[in-house]
Design a protein around this ligand. Sequence first.
Ligand SMILES: C[S@@+](CC[C@H](N)C(=O)[O-])C[C@H]1O[C@@H](n2cnc3c(N)ncnc32)[C@H](O)[C@@H]1O
Length: 501
Amino acid sequence: MKHRSPPPSSDEASPVDSGLGAAEFEALRALIYELTGISLNDSKRSLVEARLARRLRSLGMASYAEYCEFVRSDEVDDDEVRELINCVTTNKTDFFREPHHFEFLRSTLFPELEQRAARGAPKRVRLWSAACSSGEEPYTLAMTALEHFGGKGWQIEILATDIDTDVLARAKAGVYPAERAETIPGERLRRFFLRGKGEWVGHYKVRPELSQCVTFRRLNFMDADWGIDTKFDAIFCRNVVIYFDRRTQEALFRRMHALLDERAYLMIGHSESLSFLSNLFEALAGTVYRKRNTAAALPAVAMPSRSTRPDPSAPRADLKRQTITIGEVFASDTPAAVRTVLGSCVSACLWDPLAKVGGMNHILLPEAPGGEEHSSRYGVHAMELLINAIMHKGGERRRLRAKIFGAAHVLAQVSYAGSAPQRNAAFLKQFLEREQIPIVATRLGGSAPLEVVFHTHDGRALVRPVGGTLVADLARTEHQYGQEISRKVVKPTDEGDVTLF
Ligand SMILES: C[S@@+](CC[C@H](N)C(=O)[O-])C[C@H]1O[C@@H](n2cnc3c(N)ncnc32)[C@H](O)[C@@H]1O
C-alpha cells in the first residue's frame, strides 16, 4: 500500500455522528477478510462499530463512510491498515490455557525427542505459537520446555507470531498484571517471573531465562511468504481458525503441514476441528493432531448397505433422549432424540447423513439486545457451537443438512421482541445460506409454539404445535430465558397433529 498521511489527529473525543451503516460494514467486512482471513458475520457489526469509534475520533473523522473510503483508498498507509487490523482481532488468551496440550508435550513429545536425541538427533525442541496474542501461550510453552529440558544442554526455540502489533508489543515486554498470572502456580511464578516493585507493584515480568527461549514477530497467515525456513516439532494454532471460513482454514493447515517435522504435532483450540483434513492429520485425543507422512487421501467412507439400515418406523429402544432449552446445544454420534419447545425462538437441526451425527440448538434471538456477544442464546455463537459439536463427533461440515423450526408469534406482549420471530427466521436462513448448508425442511412462523423432536442419526424431525395455557406461559418464560419451558407438560392442540419432517 502506498503512503498517504491521515487527516490531522485529534486527541479530543469528537463524536462520531452516525453509526456504521450496512454498506460500510459490508465494505469493511470484505476488506478485513482480504487482509486477515477473518470472516465477520452480521452479528459483529456493532462490535466493529464500537472498536473503530476510537480510531475515527483519533483520525478526526466524523463518519464511518469517510473512514471506509479512507482505508479502501490506494493511498492509505500501512500503519493505518495495521491499526484497522488491530481493532478487529480478538485476543483472548491465558497462561496454561487448555492445559492438556502442555501435559501432552511433557508426556509424549518431549520423551519422543529425547529418544531421537539418544539415536543421534540434535538436542533441540522447536515450537511455534502461531497467533500468540499477548504472549501467555509461548511463555507457557517456554516454562513447560524449561522444566523438562532445563540444564540438560537442550536448545529451546520457540517462534511466537501474531498479526496484531499491539498484542505483540505487550508480549515482547512480558509484563503482566497479577490477575493475568493467577493461572500460574506459585512455584512456577517464583522461578520464571520477577515481582514488580514501586510503580510496577501488582505486576510480574518474565525472567530472561524465559524470554530468551522465545522469538516474537509479526506474521499474517494471509501473507504469501511466511519467512520460516525451519521445521517444527509442534505447532500451536489455537483459537484462531474459528474466525476463518473453511477455505481459509484448509489453506492454512496445508501450509502448516509442510512446516511440521515428520510425525510432529498440531494443536488447535477446543472448539475447532481438523476432521475435514484427516488425510493430512491423524486425530489423537483432545484436539491434538499428528502429521501424517503421506498426503495420500484416505479411502472414502463406505455408505452402509441398505439392508443393514434400521427400519425408520420401528421404535428404538437404543435411542438416547435429551431435552434442550434456550441457549442449549446438543449433538450426538449415537442415535438420540433431542427435544425442545419453541415459541418465537428457533432451532436448527443439523446432521451429516453419512457419518450419522447430528444435533440441535435453541436460539433466543439472532443477536444479544445488550451486546452479550458470545452467549450461546444468540445466533451465530449458537450455530458455531452446534456445527463444532457435530464436527467433533465426526461429522463433516460440507455434508451437513438442515431443518429449521420455530419463530412463532407468541411474544406479542413482550416489547423488545415484537420482530423477534421474523428476525430469527431470517437469521437462520441467511446463516445457512452463507455457510452453504442446504435447508431441506422448515416450519417457521404461525402463532402456536412447536414441540420438536429431532433424531440426530437419520435427520427425522417430529413437529407438533402445542397449545393450552402453555402459550401465554411460554411467551413469558421465553422472555426470561425459559428454563421452565421444557419441564411443563405439553398439551398438543390435536393429538394426531404430528408432522414428520
Ligand atoms: C483468541 S487469540 C488466541 C491466542 C492463543 N493462541 C490462545 O489460544 O490463547 C487469536 C489471535 O489470532 C490472531 N490472528 C487473527 N488473524 C490472524 C492472521 N490472519 N494471522 C495471524 N494471526 C491472526 C489475533 O490477532 C489474536 O491475537
